[in-house]
Design a protein around this ligand. Structure first.
Ligand SMILES: [Ca+2]
Length: 202
């Protein structure tokens, strides 16, 4: 007669914070600029509206805008949408304190003609500055949207009810699922689990 032993199945949950659907950390944050054309104010560069723009007061360079994210974040990329398509030459720097700046993206030799540029990098910082160092002839430095992507470094989810062991009977497959929520920021959280089937003894 078969005996049904009870086995303990250890289920491991592996969670990763996904970069998909990233949060634009610059959205509606405080912006300062090297100069500001009347009617095209600094805040237009981070208002989430691709129909409004910040513009410098003339066609001279360098011109820059700087975003104060309000707190330190783990940054993963920036994206700039210029007013026009062109071979903009520019750089992106970050700072933890608005004093010490580190070069993250150097496109000061760029020859690629685009309207939107996406620049991945890795940094922990509160301030992000983009500086146009050269612009196409006849253009002024003008930005529809400047986006900064990343995650907060100190808000990893804490799993307080995770099942670390369960009991199942031979022949059964033990499965389980969990759901997580995180308030701010809200990156997509994906979960993976391993389940194990214990066949009945012959
Ligand atoms: Ca805008």
């Amino acid at each position: 007669m078969k005996s049904f032993l009870r086995n303990t199945v250890i289920i491991l949950f592996l969670f990763t914070l996904s970069a998909f659907g990233q949060t634009n950390l610059a959205l509606n944050k405080t912006v300062t600029a090297s100069s500001t054309q009347s009617g095209n104010v600094n805040a237009n560069a981070v208002d989430g509206n691709t129909g409004t723009r910040w513009c410098a007061t003339d066609g001279t360079v360098p011109q820059w805008i700087k975003v104060d994210l309000g707190a330190s974040y783990n940054l993963t990329s920036t994206e700039v949408m210029w007013e026009k398509t062109g071979a903009y030459k520019y750089k992106v720097e970050t700072s933890p304190d608005n004093t010490v700046w580190t070069l993250r993206i150097d496109r000061t030799a760029n020859t690629l003609s685009q309207q939107t540029f996406t620049d991945p990098f890795s940094a922990t910082a509160r301030y992000v500055r983009i500086t146009a160092t050269a612009i196409p002839a006849g253009y002024w430095t003008s930005i529809f949207e400047f986006r900064v992507y990343g995650n907060s470094p100190n808000t990893a989810p804490t799993i307080t009810t995770q099942p670390i062991s369960q009991t199942c009977t031979e022949g059964q497959t033990d499965t389980s699922s969990v759901s997580l929520q995180r308030e701010r920021p809200r990156p997509r959280i994906s979960g993976a689990e391993t389940a194990r089937t214990y066949p009945a003894r012959r």
